[in-house]
Design a protein around this ligand. Structure first.
Ligand code: ATP
Ligand code: MG
Length: 342
């Protein structure tokens, strides 16, 4: 492949500011590889104008691309949950993004709130299409004191297995070759049994990879007290959502955290996005840190096999962070520095 057919959803708030920098970084790092970009105006403006968050024809058109780069979606004018379910989750389920990957490495120069943060370098593999996020639920007697709401967590051996296999395979390529399953198997016993069993089955196929288990509550303590113990964490959709925000916080904050929503089969394009949201409080003020979006573009390059381009971007970010110091810089200043380094 010497060209990439890229769909860009810049989205809301700071989305367009950080995405344009990420695209520029990708373009520069790819050198002679051509970037063929289609921009999509998905997000709150379109939703407010048309009442539709994501149509079948959007999905059809997006599916024709090699990958999707997303800025951020969310706007105070749109009720909470509407765009999350109607756009982000819809995309994730339609394209079967069953692996949510979040590298959590503390770059030298990045500031962690932890006293002993040196050497943090782990990856969270969050299952992306099951658990309590499937929309299997409902409510009775809504608005009364007798209201009952169900949000059923769906866990299948198939879904758990592909996440666990991805995690062990990833661990086998890393130095420490260790997988930690994070769950709450003592309380969520039915789902827990699947996860525990599948981890043992998959582990048997990876004799070089060690593994252990932590309850989610204990895992949060370890993540604050000794995050260096983690190499690859595999966990379900909800626990993964929570623990990856904690992981971002200890690795220098939300401005640096990148993520990938992967469909490793290649049947549909994978989607890459910063962990942060649309940050309406700082939108349009040249204050957003574009680093998370830039690192998401590096993940994109890596997943399409452009390893050198990915490395170029990561090295540039690493150099920039090492020299960043305490002074707060604007979006433009960070962008300029990283682009020059690339
Ligand atoms: P979402 O529900 O979409 O995740 P959110 O309300 O949880 O959104 P964000 O939009 O991520 O949160 O913003 C949380 C805080 O972090 C805000 O104060 C925002 O200004 C800040 N923030 C988010 N992204 C960045 C960034 N790239 N650079 C600097 N600050 C950021
Ligand atoms: Mg958030």
């Amino acid at each position: 492949m010497n060209s990439i057919n890229l769909a860009v959803i810049a989205g809301d708030g700071i989305g367009p500011e950080v995405t344009s920098v990420a695209v520029a970084a990708l373009e520069k790092a790819l050198g002679s590889v051509e970037l063929d970009i289609t921009s999509y105006d998905l997000g709150s403006d379109r939703f407010l104008a048309t009442g539709e968050a994501l149509t079948e024809s959007d999905l059809q058109s997006l599916s024709q691309h090699d990958a999707i780069l997303l800025g951020a979606i969310g706007d105070p004018r749109v009720p909470s949950g509407v765009l999350e379910r109607g756009l982000l989750l819809k995309l994730r389920f339609a394209f079967d993004h069953h692996i949510n990957l979040r590298p959590s490495r503390l770059f030298p120069g990045a500031v962690s709130p932890l006293r002993d943060a040196s050497g943090i370098d782990f990856v969270v593999v969050r299952e992306g299409t099951e658990g309590p996020y499937v929309g299997n639920g409902g409510a009775l007697r809504i608005g009364t004191d007798q209201e009952i709401a169900n949000e059923v967590s769906v866990n299948t051996a198939f879904g758990v297995r592909r996440a666990v296999e991805f995690a062990f395979n990833l661990a086998s390529t890393r130095d420490r070759k260790h997988v930690t399953l994070v769950h709450k198997t003592n309380v969520l016993v039915h789902a827990g049994k699947i996860w525990l069993r599948v981890v043992e089955e998959v582990a048997a196929k990876y004799p070089d990879v060690t593994h252990d288990y932590l309850h989610i509550d204990a895992a949060t303590i370890h993540m604050v007290n000794s995050p260096q113990r983690f190499d690859v964490i595999v966990t379900d959709n909800l626990f993964g959502d929570i623990i990856t925000d904690l992981a971002a916080a200890i690795c220098g904050g939300i401005g640096l955290a990148a993520s990938a929503n992967l469909n490793p089969t290649g049947a549909f394009p994978s989607m890459f996005e910063p962990v942060h949201g649309s940050a309406p409080d700082i939108a349009g003020k040249n204050l957003a840190d574009p680093t998370a979006a830039i690192l998401s573009a590096a993940l994109l390059a890596k997943s399409l096999g452009y390893l050198e381009a990915a490395e170029r971007i990561e090295n540039a970010v690493e150099h920039d962070l090492a020299n960043r110091g305490e002074t707060k810089r604007s979006t433009d200043q960070i962008a300029q520095s990283i682009l020059e380094l690339i």
